[in-house]
Design a binder for this molecule. Structure first.
Ligand SMILES: NC(=O)CC[C@H](N)C(=O)O
Length: 304
């Protein structure tokens, strides 16, 4: 039997000693206020057993991790029609890259880069009655936690400096791949990115992807086939131009965010989340990537 608690503690204390060369994201000014020293890990096993270490119950802005949850909601609402508006290929480019979008006539490479997530936000805006409220309720339902909320200050901070996302949304609009107004779609997108969650809540929210679409309380939210496809997209696109590196080092489907979070999972076995705000040059969490590499190497638990 693996002693998960001891393994997490060893990983945490060994990485605490590492010279953390990462930088906290400050292109969204509000994110720059978070301490670089925060570091938490939470593990949720499919059996119900769970383990925590460090700052695992401190909330942070989930940023791009939210793209998986919005994708899940949109897939649930419109099914395979989704793939007419967004592709499922890795981009091999940074999350905010624009030139491929122009080259490929306004069809984003995948739903986990910014342009793809903006199209998904547009789908949700068209299909939800009260988009922000309904989406937050979906996240609360998956997580079984009513305390989850948007951080309006972070959303506003991103809106003020969100020139790149405005450029992406305007390009999408020009190519006819946005049905709603740019301002409304981005308001939704900035809010979904601002959602505050801790590592434990993230492992709960992502439980559906490890459990064939059923949440912790065994309510079926997605089909097993939808979960297969979302996990495939996480594996191939979840870390942008470092997706290959994450698959190589860690070997799990997962998703990062510029708030410093990562959540990853092994189907039928566990979900795991890390939080360490300093990012590597590709915008992925510096310590979190290493922690997950150590975890899957030590436990020999990966999809491969
Ligand atoms: N990689 C990320 O977490 C990026 C999300 C961020 N809200 C942005 O659009 O720039």
């Amino acid at each position: 039997m693996l002693d998960y608690q001891a393994i997490l503690e060893e990983i945490h204390s060994s990485l605490k000693k590492v010279d953390n060369t990462g930088e906290v994201a400050n292109y969204i000014p509000e994110l720059g206020n978070v301490s670089k020293d925060k570091f938490g890990i939470h593990l949720q096993l499919i059996t119900g057993e769970s383990h925590s270490v460090g700052d695992a119950s401190e909330k942070f802005s989930i940023q791009s991790i939210s793209k998986v949850l919005s994708l899940a909601k949109a897939f649930q609402l419109v099914g395979n029609d989704l793939w007419e508006r967004v592709d499922v290929e890795p981009s091999g480019n940074p999350f905010n890259h624009l030139s491929l979008l122009e080259l490929e006539n306004g069809i984003p490479r995948n739903p986990l880069i910014n342009s793809g997530a903006i199209v998904i936000a547009d789908v949700l805006l068209s299909h939800l009655k009260n988009p922000k409220e309904d989406f937050l309720n979906f996240v609360k339902e998956l997580t079984h936690d009513d305390s989850i909320s948007y951080n309006n200050k972070i959303a506003e901070s991103e809106r003020i400096t969100g020139f790149n996302n405005y450029a992406a949304a305007n390009l999408l609009k020009a190519y006819g791949n946005l049905n709603n107004e740019v301002e409304d779609v981005l308001d939704f997108y900035f809010h979904q990115c601002s959602i505050m969650m801790d590592c434990k809540q993230l492992t709960n929210a992502f439980f559906v992807f490890a459990n064939k679409g059923a949440c912790l309380k065994n309510v079926q939210h997605l089909t097993a086939s939808q979960v297969k496809r979302i996990n495939a997209i996480m594996l191939t696109c979840g870390f942008y131009d470092e997706a290959g590196e994450f698959a190589f080092e860690v070997g799990l489907p997962g998703k990062s965010g510029v708030g410093g979070g990562i959540v990853a999972l092994l189907p039928h076995c566990f979900t795991i989340a890390t939080w360490a705000p300093a990012l590597n040059p590709k915008g992925n969490p510096y310590l979190g990537m290493q922690a997950l590499e150590q975890f899957t190497t030590r436990t020999k638990l990966s999809i491969f």
